[in-house]
Design a binder for this molecule. Structure first.
Ligand SMILES: Nc1nc2c(ncn2[C@@H]2O[C@H](COP(=O)(O)OP(=O)(O)OP(=O)(O)O)[C@@H](O)[C@H]2O)c(=O)[nH]1
Length: 618
């Protein structure tokens, strides 16, 4: 690593809207520089998208880092690529990855043009003062419109058309020029070998045998095996066991030099010790810590319970191990009278929640029930106490004045939607029906083309978008709309207004099923109550006795359906016939019983739960 002083190092990232081709380009760069052999690339399989769920869904969830070398005019350069995820839920990972870079490739799909996420990542990169290299991808596709998109880049970001590279990450066309531009346009890191050792910890993962592996970018000084280092954040001390680079797998090296990006294994036992944004220094030689990162804020909460209540210990252990690799998930124990012990987890968004659930099922073979997503509400009491409530069952009964609630604040976000002009009306309607405020719009193309695109911005309650907003957005814009949002704090809902949220509970046979509790608008309570009671009626199988299904707010029942009783003898209708046939029926009944969840003396099949909870109710 001593052969690579700062002048020949380039630390860069690829930033783009989802599906614009980041992972494909990353693979192509690794291939062109000989870091991975060509045959390692399956037709669809990407080297940097490592998680199974990433491969299945074609999205990048966890950023990966890879180092490669490239020789230009006889000079060998060390290029460190930091891959970034492309979904709104993971923008936290984007800003984290960018902290270790001096430049970024802004990749834009030449068939789709600038999308909502392209704009947000561009701004994150600009804020970090990174050198941005604009790259148009997918120019091999017949539908690509390079001139039009170049004009867009100029009008939206003020990018000089001459600076835009045109490539096809798929065929490799033009990718050479990207390597050239990285070397020529991105400045080398400014780091010094003489200053005391200082490194930024920007990511970590967990290795079963070696504990936490931290990814670092070295700002000053050199680090080797055996060095004693300390964390500025926790002040804990460690001895370095191994250093190396990601190539793209871990490759041990003798040292990491100033300006380089690599990994450190130093016997950290708990992943919470690897504090992202931490500054590492040599023991006894403290340095000024670098500005860290904003702590992660969970935006969406859901309860996760084992299907079999005896599996709780296993589930908790699985969640703990999974949170080692995904630190943005927060976890707290929760117990429900219907579902037993479980955990209440906080996620960055609904996709994040979905991905986590899938990973839990894939990687740990856990059968789980996930409750409906909720957002954290701020409840202000008359004595000015403020409590954050992220669980519907803990939401105070606002119809009861004795609870002493003064105000309820709910999280809001600033949303931006990019759509072709033709869909503007639809989108506005969608936003208004989801309580959007401050709705505004601006044209993106300057009227030169047949279909002009518009950016629509608004402030919208987070609870409105954690349900089915994204699906509706895609559906009502024929898939053309792209969407992004950022946190915009809390907003008070006045108690005197009809819009206030209240907790609705469902009773089966007179017993509340807490896992089904919802927070709804007072204005929508009747409709939502009726709709859910009907839905429950449809999915719950008939029982041996009559079961009332009710929706209640506080003590008041607002909707009811009755499930008629059924005879239990499954063999009753079988006159004569074979013994085996009877046995088969009994066997079937046993099997379906096994899959039942007993809730308030009512058997509820797990599928019914999934059915109910996957229905996005408002
Ligand atoms: N025709 C063509 N297809 C491409 C090109 N680059 C990428 N693709 C395809 O576009 C799709 C998305 O590419 P990815 O590389 O997975 O996109 P990504 O930006 O990494 O997506 P996320 O990881 O979800 O953010 C894949 O089906 C690729 O095969 C290209 O230059 N030409």
């Amino acid at each position: 690593m001593e052969d690579f002083p700062c002048q020949v190092i380039r630390n860069f990232s690829i930033i783009a809207h989802i599906d614009h081709g980041k992972s494909t380009l990353a693979d192509r760069l690794l291939e062109l520089t000989g870091t991975i052999p060509k045959k390692a690339l399956g037709s669809n399989q990407q080297v940097l998208d490592k998680l199974k769920v990433e491969r299945e869904r074609g999205i990048t969830v966890k950023a990966q880092t890879a180092s490669m070398t490239h020789t230009v005019s006889g000079r060998k350069y060390l290029l460190n690529l930091i891959d970034t995820p492309g979904h709104v839920d993971f923008s936290w990972e984007v800003s984290r990855s960018l902290a270790a870079c001096q430049g970024a490739l802004l990749l834009v799909d030449a068939t789709q043009g600038v999308q909502a996420q392209s704009i947000s990542v561009f701004h994150i990169a600009k804020e970090r003062r990174l050198k941005i290299i604009p790259v148009l991808n997918k120019i091999d596709m017949p539908a690509s419109q390079p001139e039009r998109i170049v004009a867009q880049l100029q009008s939206i970001f003020g990018i000089d058309p001459d600076e835009v590279l045109q490539i096809s990450a798929k065929t490799g066309q033009g990718v050479d020029a990207v390597l050239q531009a990285i070397i020529e346009r991105i400045p080398p890191p400014s780091a010094s070998v003489d200053e005391p050792f200082k490194a930024l910890l920007f990511d970590s993962h967990y290795d079963r045998y070696r504990g936490v592996i931290s990814l670092v970018s070295i700002h000053n000084g050199v680090i080797r095996k055996g060095d004693k280092i300390a964390s500025s954040h926790s002040r804990k001390k460690y001895e370095v066991q191994e250093v190396g680079i990601m190539h793209p797998e871990e490759l041990p090296t003798t040292s990491l030099q100033p300006g380089q990006v690599g990994y450190i294994a130093c016997n950290m036992k708990e992943s919470s010790e690897a504090h992202v944004g931490d500054t590492l220094h040599r023991v006894g030689i403290p340095v000024d810590p670098m500005p860290g990162f904003q702590p992660i804020k969970a935006m969406v909460y859901a309860g996760i319970f084992p299907v079999d209540t005896n599996d709780f210990v296993k589930l908790e252990e699985s969640i703990r191990r999974l949170t080692l690799t995904d630190r943005s998930v927060t976890c707290q124990r929760e117990s429900s009278s219907a579902l037993g012990q479980g955990c209440r987890l906080g996620f960055l968004g609904t996709l994040h929640m979905d991905v986590f659930r899938q990973r839990l099922e894939d990687e740990y073979d856990a059968s789980i029930i996930v409750t409906a997503p909720t957002v954290p509400y701020k409840v202000v009491y008359r004595n000015n106490n403020t409590v954050i409530v992220s669980n519907p069952t803990e939401f105070p009964d606002l119809s009861d004045a004795s609870t002493g609630v003064k105000e309820v604040h709910e999280p809001v976000v600033k949303a931006s939607i990019i759509v072709p002009e033709d869909y503007l009306g639809e989108m506005m309607e969608l936003c208004f029906s989801h309580r959007a405020e401050d709705v505004g719009h601006r044209f993106l193309d300057s009227g030169t083309t047949t279909s002009t695109r518009v950016i629509l911005t608004c402030t919208i309650p987070l609870s409105e978008i954690v349900t089915d907003f994204f699906d509706k957005l895609k559906g009502r814009s024929s898939g053309y709309a792209s969407f992004d949002y950022e946190d915009a704090g809390y907003k008070a809902s006045d108690l005197s207004k009809a819009r206030i949220k209240i907790c609705m509970v469902f009773l089966l046979n007179g017993k509340p099923v807490d896992a089904l509790a919802l927070i709804v608008h007072r204005s929508a309570q009747q409709d939502v109550g009726k709709m859910w009671v009907k839905k429950l009626h449809k999915v719950i199988p008939r029982q041996l006795f009559e079961v009332p299904i009710q929706a209640a707010i506080g003590k008041k029942i607002i909707a009811r359906e009755t499930l008629k009783a059924v005879r239990a003898d499954v063999t009753a209708g079988l006159y004569g016939g074979h013994y085996e046939r009877k046995m088969k029926h009994l066997e079937n009944q046993k099997e379906s019983k096994r899959r039942m969840k007993r809730i308030g003396s009512v058997d509820l099949p797990q599928e019914a739960f999934f059915d109910i909870l996957s229905t996005k109710a408002k």
